[in-house]
Design a protein around this ligand. Structure first.
Ligand code: ADP
Length: 159
């Protein structure tokens, strides 16, 4: 069984993340969404809230998806969870630079865990959780960026 981990903050999950999960599930039997819980990184949503939104957003594919948390190095957690690959999404060249560094650092840390990248659908190439939160702050239309349940939760935060 091929298992991948998909690490990120998911603060909150967007259609961009969901697109990457769906692409990865065509390659992996199981995908573990790894929610980072770095205490030094300030998030709008708590770990529990982020997991709850991920669970709702991925309710159609939970047979092949697991959600776990991570507060250590991704390669260490990936190994612990029995995964062989780290899955990441690429939106633009700006993502590439960072991912390039991370991939090489991860290889030095553990040669046994490789990274794979999926390019986002055009529709989501400009989309990030940060953009979504900015739109929310100014009461913009969020429906094309995240599922209704997530939109509801963001609205509640800024009310
Ligand atoms: P991080 O804090 O690690 O950047 P994110 O939750 O922002 O966590 O992103 C997790 C992963 O999802 C990263 O690989 C990121 O490039 C990818 N990602 C985020 N938004 C999109 C999108 N709109 N399309 C494709 N990939 C995306």
């Amino acid at each position: 069984m091929k298992t991948g981990v998909y690490p990120g903050s998911f603060d909150p999950i967007t259609y961009g993340h969901i697109d990457i999960v769906k692409r990865a599930l065509k390659v992996f039997d199981k995908l573990i969404v790894l929610v980072s819980t770095n205490p030094h990184k300030k998030t709008l949503f708590s770990k529990e809230e982020r997991i709850d939104m991920i669970r709702h957003a991925l309710s159609g594919c939970m047979d092949h998806v697991e959600i776990e948390t991570n507060n250590t190095l991704t390669v260490h957690r990936a190994k612990e969870l029995g995964a062989t690959h780290i899955v990441r999404g690429l939106r633009a060249l700006t993502d590439f630079e960072y991912e390039f560094q991370m991939t090489h650092a991860n290889r030095v840390l553990d040669k046994g865990i490789d990274s794979v990248f999926f390019m986002t659908d055009n529709r989501f190439s400009y989309l990030s959780s940060t953009t979504l939160k900015e739109i929310a702050q100014f009461n913009g239309d969020m429906e094309t960026f995240a599922p209704p349940y997530v939109v509801e939760k963001i609205r509640a935060k800024y009310e």
